[in-house]
Design a protein. Structure first.
Length: 338
């Protein structure tokens, strides 16, 4: 990229950052409308495959371009946000998609990558509108997050809490795709792909990700309890040592009562104590995979951040009272229906 291109790129970003949120939305809406007014290609082939717990919708256009739909692309890298109806574009006026907008990511994003993040408008086989991204963008975006993580670790810094679950998801995706890729290359080179079961590669990816994700599926990080012990001036002896019973009350107060309005009461109704005072499951096992668990992870990371910033228990309680005050109504979408 020459000097003029670099200067124009920086100028475009500067102009974009000077716009108000309303102006950004208006420009994005106008750009989306212009794209839909033009002719858009129809998918020639469609199908789905799984990455962990998520189904990823894929399509192939007449020109051979392989696409992943925008919403499923985002879920694959641990980002749950998606536009209503699936036909909006989550981007800024300078063309940077929202999942690459963080300042911490910018040193690891090349201009070539930015050019490849242009959303592609197309129609499904049933005629419905859709927005997709080049399938090759998935590992490229995952690589950006992993390079950011590696940079923090090299500098002796902790990865910001808001990126932790994303980098874990990206790491699992990259290694899972690498394993599938080498199998596919061998099958193509030997001609075995002609007799291979259609779902064989999916089975390899499923098995790998199931093992990888299980290693970090524990919902409450150890640090949550370590920080409680530090702030209460208790001696920490590790996770295998029984914790004081009051820690369970702290968990309800700090997490479930503040996760969503009325959520603790609803969980207690659905997961009642037995005759011996034990519950049949952990509260978090009643949370939904697509809404409840991501919300829990985000809340826990935020709480741990407040704990790190506090010197005393009282100081921490003041901070969490300001950041996450308790409220009253129920949000049932966080919980699985019985």
């Amino acid at each position: 990229m020459n000097y003029d291109d670099n200067r124009q790129s920086k100028g475009g970003r500067a102009r974009a950052e000077a716009l108000t949120p309303e102006q950004r939305k208006s420009i994005a809406r106008n750009a989306a409308s212009a794209r839909w007014d033009a002719d858009v290609p129809d998918a020639s082939y469609e199908g789905e495959f799984k990455i962990g717990d998520y189904s990823v919708a894929a399509a192939v256009l007449p020109n051979g371009k392989r696409l992943l739909t925008q919403a499923t692309f985002l879920r694959a890298i641990g980002r749950s946000r998606s536009p209503k109806g699936g036909t909006g574009v989550l981007t800024t006026v300078d063309g940077v998609p929202f999942f690459l907008q963080a300042e911490a990511l910018r040193p690891f994003i090349s201009e070539d990558l930015l050019k490849s993040t242009t959303p592609i408008f197309f129609r499904h086989l049933n005629g419905k509108k859709a927005v997709g991204y080049d399938a090759e963008l998935l590992p490229a975006v995952a690589e950006v997050y992993l390079r950011m993580r590696d940079s923090f670790l090299r500098d002796g810094r902790s990865v910001p809490a808001q990126y932790d679950h994303i980098t874990r998801a990206c790491d699992a995706v990259m290694r899972g795709l690498a394993r599938v890729g080498i199998v596919a290359l061998v099958d193509e080179a030997t001609g075995y792909q002609e007799v291979r079961d259609r779902l064989a590669l999916q089975a390899i990816l499923d098995e790998f990700l199931r093992k990888e994700l299980a290693a970090w599926a524990k919902r409450f990080p150890d640090e949550f309890y370590q920080q409680i012990f530090r702030l209460r001036n208790w001696t920490w002896l590790g996770m295998k040592v029984n914790r004081p019973q009051v820690v369970a009350k702290y968990t309800n107060d700090l997490v479930y009562e503040r996760l969503a309005p009325g959520i603790l009461k609803e969980l207690e109704n659905r997961n009642p104590k037995g005759e011996r005072g034990n519950r049949p499951a952990k509260h978090h096992q009643w949370l939904t995979e697509d809404v409840g668990h991501p919300a829990l992870a985000q809340h826990l990371h935020a709480i741990i951040g407040l704990m790190r910033a506090s010197n005393t228990w009282d100081q921490f309680k003041t901070l969490i009272g300001r950041a996450f005050p308790k409220r009253g109504e129920t949000l049932p979408l966080l919980i699985n229906d019985p």
